[in-house]
Ligand binder design. Structure first.
Ligand SMILES: [Zn+2]
Length: 319
């Protein structure tokens, strides 16, 4: 594969003819005048070019970024990764479903919430508690997590708001540590196994791994409340606002490997290096991730997150 530098200074592999504005079409279909699709073999080549083979990979994807349908849909992307020996890890969040309003007994300050206002998520609450086999995923995450959750053999964590799901040889090792009291166990397991975060046609504001870097920089995660699968209410942790994460691009750029598939730009980041770079950067300059001056979530998170006066995570509340 050719390897070079694009204008942003990122290492670019396998650029080929697939640059933006010059989409590659399937020659056979072009000749026949049929519909243009992105073939699985092209996805498999990109997986190999980015050095993902045999690794666990946390994937955030916009299938629209290809500008053409994938031949086989999101399943073809999953199969390209599995075919390379990867374990596919996805966020399968069900937030704000299953969340409940802040109980009067547990309202920490600096928690990204104004307790004097109606709890805005309460209107979305489902009457049913979360269960790992519920099959539900917030549609804002795109079609890939729904596809992974629906596949036979997928494992899914037990966090009622921010579960992860995984498919492949290391799925159990990634997922089984996640419970209501440990939201980012799958991300730690991903780092311990030399995993990668792969962004497919989406920006750094979708990079969940950076929430673990925030936590390692010394911040507390936000406290929320949710209904468990036995119907009880527990305190749980969730990430804060991620809209400021694109400001971390200069720190992440040296670690990125990039390829372009049919106009869709893929960035792969080694998770251990991301954490080793970003956690100390945020400890030294917490406001780096602040998205805007009037974002309450960013103000509270960059100040260190919630303060005291609440029990530990995963605690089941009375009543
Ligand atoms: Zn923000």
């Amino acid at each position: 594969m050719d390897e070079g530098q694009d204008r942003s200074g990122e290492a670019v592999v396998d650029e080929g003819r697939d640059g933006p504005g010059a989409p590659v079409v399937n020659e056979a279909q072009e000749e026949s005048g049929g519909p243009v699709t992105v073939r699985g073999e092209r996805l498999a080549r990109a997986v190999e070019a980015l050095g993902l083979s045999g690794r666990p990979v946390l994937v955030h994807a916009s299938l629209r970024s290809f500008g053409a349908p994938l031949d086989g849909g999101a399943d073809s992307l999953v199969d390209a990764l599995l075919g390379a020996g990867c374990t596919v890890l996805v966020p399968a969040f069900t937030e704000p479903w299953h969340s409940v309003p802040p109980p009067a007994s547990d309202r920490p300050a600096r928690n990204g919430l104004d307790y004097t206002l109606p709890y805005r998520e309460a209107g979305h609450a489902l009457s049913t508690p979360y269960a790992p086999d519920c099959g539900l995923v917030n549609p804002s995450l795109g079609v890939l997590p729904v596809t992974v959750v629906a596949r036979p053999g997928t494992r899914r964590g037990r966090h009622p708001l921010n579960s992860f799901a995984a498919l492949g040889p290391e799925a159990a090792a990634l997922i089984d540590g996640q419970d209501p009291g440990d939201v980012y166990a799958p991300l730690r397991a991903l780092a311990e196994r030399g995993g990668r975060t792969l962004l497919i046609g989406v920006g750094l504001n979708r990079m969940t791994t950076l929430h673990l870097a925030e936590q390692r920089s010394g911040r507390r995660l936000f406290r929320r409340w949710a209904r468990l699968d036995d119907g009880r209410i527990a305190t749980v942790e969730v990430g804060s606002c991620s809209e400021g994460f694109p400001r971390l691009e200069p720190w992440l750029r040296p670690h990125a490997r990039t390829t372009i598939v049919h106009g869709s730009r893929w960035h792969a980041y080694p998770v251990p290096e991301v954490l080793a770079t970003i956690a100390p950067a945020l400890a030294a300059a917490p406001t780096l991730t602040r998205c805007s001056a009037d974002c309450r979530a960013c103000a509270d998170a960059t100040a260190g997150g919630p303060v005291d006066a609440y029990p530990g995570t995963g605690v089941v509340l009375p009543g």
